[in-house]
Design a protein around this ligand. Structure first.
Ligand SMILES: Nc1ncnc2c1ncn2[C@@H]1O[C@H](COP(=O)(O)OP(=O)(O)O)[C@@H](O)[C@H]1O
Ligand SMILES: [Mg+2]
Length: 387
């Protein structure tokens, strides 16, 4: 067969949407970056090591912030003539002491044999490398709970007090732990004693506005100019801010872009976003639609029709369209108060989303559909209403 490339052009640079890519800026993580800098500033200035724990839910930018910090810090240090290096370990992939120690030693000796050395021996070898080159080494243990739960807190203990044992401390080591769980609770007394509780840096979930800034920034990096508009960014932000998870946000951005390209479009539309969301998280099912009453079905159908080409519809426009739809079906429509009541119950069921926004004209409520493409919803409702 001959392969057809999609004719639409939305994604300019796919690498900049990948999870491994570390962007130059991390909007809304300045405070965390600054806290890290305050903690580690003295590591370079006077060779004092420190430990930090980055704590927060999935997709709150912990891994990206740690990597960005190490890269920026390295530059800052080199201006002062100090040499800083970092080794990043994902403890879901390496969850025991010797495998992690091997990775640390291999940073200095690419040909280091992967067996035959104990943890203690590898620690000594690493120490020699660090002192020989007067390096300050950042060790980042990402998903550290996997290590501690599978192999105990010993390695965290050893690494966090690495400098105490260093007889001629020329180089030094700082440890950054990252986890969704509170790993400080998983550490035993001795490991905890070297970890100040105040060294915990919190990563709260992103809210809607923060998510929008992040997605705008990542679109500017990765997409052709003009391929996503304000309303569609708003819709993406609204959908993903429920969890505050930037990973989900970027994944949906990428999927929506690919769907638009496949259709031959040069622009992400609201249906691309909903299709992407339904793909990632197939929430809405026909069975849920069967659970709602006739009035709710009509309102939802009106919303689906209005939202085919739009990210949002105002409640006023929805009500007008709903009345027209009832008329077409020869049914009585609800009064305003009842209409509102059912819109709210659809919102509570998670079938619609209502949001109050301030505009030039004052405050209005607008409605969006976050789980299912409008055309699929319309077809399913049509079957139910007419069936
Ligand atoms: N503030 C931000 N600005 C831009 N991109 C971000 C931001 N926070 C997270 N990301 C991106 O979101 C994705 C998930 O972030 P990550 O650091 O892996 O989260 P965590 O480690 O907390 O699960 C990555 O692609 C990352 O680059
Ligand atoms: Mg992570």
């Amino acid at each position: 067969m001959s392969f057809r490339s999609p004719s639409g052009r939305v994604i300019r640079n796919p690498k900049k949407l990948s999870f491994d890519y570390v962007p130059d800026r991390l909007p809304h993580r300045d405070e965390q970056q600054q806290n890290l800098f305050m903690l580690f500033r003295r590591a370079v200035e006077s060779g004092v090591s420190q430990n930090a724990f980055l704590h927060g839910n999935v997709g709150t930018g912990k891994t990206a912030s740690a990597k960005r910090f190490c890269l920026d810090y390295k530059e800052w240090a080199s201006e002062k003539g100090k040499s800083v290096e970092h080794v990043f370990v994902n403890c879901r992939k390496r969850s025991n002491k010797s495998s992690i120690m091997w990775k640390l030693v291999s940073h200095f000796d690419k040909n280091f044999p992967d067996r035959g050395f104990s943890v203690g021996e590898m620690m000594e070898i690493m120490k020699k490398h660090i002192n020989k080159h007067s390096i300050h080494l950042f060790i980042i243990l990402d998903e550290a709970d996997a290590l501690i739960q599978r192999d105990g807190p010993e390695l965290v203990f050893l690494l966090s007090r690495f400098d105490d044992e260093n007889v001629t401390p020329v180089g030094s080591v700082s440890l950054i732990l990252i986890s969704q769980k509170n790993v400080l609770e998983l550490l035993d007394e001795s490991a905890l004693s070297t970890f100040k509780r105040s060294n915990r840096i919190l990563f709260p979930p992103y809210d809607k506005n923060e998510m929008k800034d992040i997605l705008l920034y990542r679109s500017e990096l990765a997409l052709y100019p003009g391929s996503i508009e304000e309303d569609e960014l708003d819709l993406l932000a609204l959908i993903t801010a429920e969890r505050g998870d930037a990973r989900l946000g970027i994944e949906l951005l990428e999927k929506s872009a690919l769907l638009a390209e496949q259709k031959g479009d040069n622009k992400i539309g609201p249906e691309d976003i909903r299709t992407a969301k339904a793909d990632v998280d197939p929430h809405m099912t026909v069975s849920r639609l069967k659970g709602i009453n006739k009035n709710e079905r009509m309102i939802l159908m009106a919303a689906a029709q209005k939202l085919r080409n739009n990210s949002f519809v105002t409640t006023g426009d929805l009500e007008t369209h709903y009345k027209m739809l009832c008329e077409n079906y020869g049914k009585n429509s609800l009064g305003h108060t009842q209409f509102w009541k059912y819109v709210n119950s659809l919102d509570a069921e998670g079938l619609l989303d209502t949001e109050t926004v301030s505009s030039g004209k004052g405050r209005t409520t607008r409605i969006s559909l976050n789980d299912i493409p409008a055309d699929i919803l319309e077809k399913k409702l049509k079957d139910l209403i007419e069936g």
